[in-house]
Design a protein around this ligand. Structure first.
Ligand code: SAH
Ligand code: SF4
Length: 372
């Protein structure tokens, strides 16, 4: 953990870093140099930062740190998917997943230790909530994965201009919009040309639908948007995505429409987990078409990934196909998410890490089960 007296420079975007340098009597252009060393080259050793004046390096040694979360375990699946278990403090850990495909490499990043939103089919939601991740813990996941993949591919750190990670999805543990400031700062670092230089179109934030934060995001840092819809009517969505009681479907759809005015892509992706016998009938598919009627969108159907005591089943592949075909016949682009990294539990909704639950939800669930 960072010493409380040292300032962790990995917590800053370029503008904040410039402010920091000005504050210690240095020129703001140092921020750009420092961003390049830390994030573009992945170098955190002051001695290797050759264009930073020696006196400044000495000053930073006294005042600053480069503190990353600690990798506890790295697993590689038969299909090339990689998963890192990353310790954020002594009691908690989170998970980060890299998914290689022919034309891209996608990193799935966590934003919180646990999640407070209690979607009933989600393993992270079931674990309860501990805390928000800091900027360095969020961007640190990209730093760690980048370095580890470069090493695996035998890249020279200083000449590694080829991108192994071309896409980032904020779809790991947690609700990214519930940790708004830190997530936005981390995404600004992802997009910064001096840091990771990712395209806005290739950074996707997935939300269960926090409407006010969606409105803010479109102004502060518009990236591609995925919305976890999962149900085509309020009665069902209230039950499986409880935040719907606060921001019901109609309000959510209106927020999507507003978001698209500023979005880097001209569509929203609606995610829809396929739960056997719950939300996967053709009547649901038809209702879904009516709900999204005014929104340019694509659908991503996610076969439910089971976890112990989930109480849900995965829809039959035939049912998924019928549901998909119904949407496709109406003219929509529909993808069915392939399950990757099955052998290392790296699929959507299976990321568990270790969450010391502050909400005591786990105990509550166990006592309810014991009583019934
Ligand atoms: N909190 C954000 C992002 C993290 S979850 C959100 O809810 O959008 C990423 C995606 O995985 C969401 O669409 C989520 O609903 C889905 N998901 C959660 N649990 C799942 C499970 N067990 N099987 C399949 N998808 C799941
Ligand atoms: Fe949280 Fe997303 Fe899981 Fe819902 S699906 S509990 S919002 S992580």
């Amino acid at each position: 953990m960072a010493s409380p007296t040292l300032v962790n420079l990995l917590n800053f975007n370029q503008a904040q870093l410039a402010e920091y340098f000005t504050g210690i009597g240095e020129k703001p252009f140092r921020a750009k140099q420092m961003m390049r060393w830390m994030h573009h080259f992945g170098i955190l050793e002051l001695d290797q930062m050759t264009d930073i004046a020696k006196v400044l390096r000495e000053k930073l040694r006294q005042q600053a740190s480069f503190t990353l979360p600690e990798v506890q375990l790295e697993q590689i699946s038969d299909d090339g998917t990689r998963k890192w278990l990353i310790g954020t403090d002594t009691a908690n850990s989170i998970e980060t997943v890299f998914i290689p495909e022919d034309d891209r490499g996608t990193l799935c990043i966590s934003s919180q230790v646990g999640c407070a939103l209690e979607c009933t089919f989600c393993s992270t939601g079931r674990q309860g909530f501990n805390r928000n991740l800091s900027v360095s813990e969020i961007i640190g996941q990209l730093w760690i994965a980048n370095q580890s993949l470069r090493q695996a591919e035998g890249y020279n750190q200083l000449f590694a201009s080829d991108r192994i990670i071309s896409n980032v999805v904020m779809m790991g543990m947690g609700e990214p919009l519930a940790n708004y400031d830190n997530v936005v700062t981390a995404m600004q670092i992802m997009l910064d040309d001096s840091a990771y230089g990712l395209s806005r179109r290739r950074v996707t934030l997935s939300t269960s639908g926090l409407v006010p934060a969606m409105d803010k995001l479109k102004e502060d840092c518009p990236v591609a948007l995925a919305v976890s819809l999962h149900a085509p009517n309020d009665a069902l969505r209230d039950e499986i995505v409880p935040i719907n009681k606060k921001y019901p479907i109609k309000a959510l759809m209106a927020a999507c429409e507003r978001y698209l005015v500023k979005a880097p892509r001209d569509f929203v992706t609606f995610e829809y987990v396929m739960l056997d016998g719950i939300n996967d009938s053709l009547t649901h598919a038809q209702q879904l078409l009516e709900v999204v009627r005014d929104i340019p969108c694509k659908f991503n159907l996610i076969p439910f990934n089971p976890f112990p005591n989930s109480g849900y089943g995965t829809s039959h592949p035939m049912q998924v196909r019928a549901f998909r075909d119904h949407l496709m016949q109406a003219g929509y682009v529909v993808t069915v998410r392939k399950t990757r990294g099955d052998d290392i539990d790296a699929a959507c909704g299976q990321l568990a890490g270790k969450v010391l639950d502050k909400t005591k939800r786990t105990q509550k669930t166990i006592s309810i089960q014991a009583a019934s």
